[in-house]
Write a protein that binds this ligand. Sequence first.
Ligand code: DNO
Length: 403
Amino acid sequence: MAFEKTWRWFGEKDSVKLSDLKQMGIEGVVTALHHIPNGEVWPVEEILKVKTNIEQHGMRWSVVESLPVSEGIKTRNSDCKRLIENYKQSIINLGKCGVDTVCYNFMPVLDWVRTDLHYKLPEGGEVMFFNFPLFVAFDAYILKRHGAENDYPADIVAKARDIYSKMSEEDAEALAYNIIVVTQGFIDGVIDGTVVNYKQVFLNFIATYKDIDRKKLREHLSLFLNDIIPVAESAGVNMCIHPDDPPFSVLGLPRIVSTKDDLEWIIKQVDSISNGITFCTGSLSVNRNNDLIQIVKSVGSRIHFLHLRNNQLLPDGCFYEFGHVDGVVDMYAVMKVLLEEQQQRIIEGRKDIRMPVRPDHGIKILDDYKKNANPGYPLIGRLKGLAELTGMERAIERIMNFK
Ligand code: DNO
């Protein structure tokens, strides 16, 4: 049957054009209304404009990535009610337009985080790197977050101190800018390039979590799910939460979408197909204890969207992204168990058998150097990944005699 092949597209400003995607064998587009400010309703007319444009290019709008969950919902501040009403209305509007899969995340303040956006591989490609001690140096000594040293293991803090003592002021500033602004701006994070005093603004956001621990954040997620999932269900929309990237606490903030246990807990909060998961191999595999096969076996029936990519893991919590089928993720085994899940859906006569997949991130190679793509989203590197994944998928289907 094969998964629906999709591609993340950042709208008209993306260096890859919609008209290019068909040539690449793409069936569905993953995008968002990036021009609507975080927390505001996505109007039907705006949704339809994007949808029609995609359809005129012979594809479908497969997945919304992301409909951002505002900080006010995660912290349940005084604006929470209005924000949730707006969120519901956006889901209703998407459903009306026939856009039926919505990816979101519940990571406090920061979405994904990397310390180096241009790590050179010996072969000449470029990937993104997360250096844990360097990240701690950012938190404790560049950002100077109060009490940061107590939030990380002592040996990592010692390494962070050493790294910081050898850092130039320019490098320190560039690191902060990459973490707070560059990686977050294009995905509609809390801070974009227009904020002047971004380190202070970032610290202010972190401070709003001072009374929110893991338990409290879970409570907030549960309340959110209980509010929005019934609405999504009647709108015919499947919500799918994206795992934390990386899947552990950073900046002293709780992260609650990191493990099999977390995912099992989430789907139990509201027993509905609409309460689903984005299965991101890159994010989950950074925790060596996460057994991706077991995760699919446990929560597979609620997986609505696949992000496939790979990592190389290093000591001290460090890792870098790598080729889609090479690295710590046994992509063959993962692909096989996901295809089995799809077969199961066909047998059960479920409607959601598309299981949209996108090659997540990619190695910057060749002509990618001439283009100005968002970090992690080079054209050729991702296309190579898609080709590798598709080949693997075809071979498994043939060997397994899948329909
Ligand atoms: C990064 C992405 C994430 C993802 C969001 C989903 O490249 O994988 O930013 O889109 O977490 O809400």
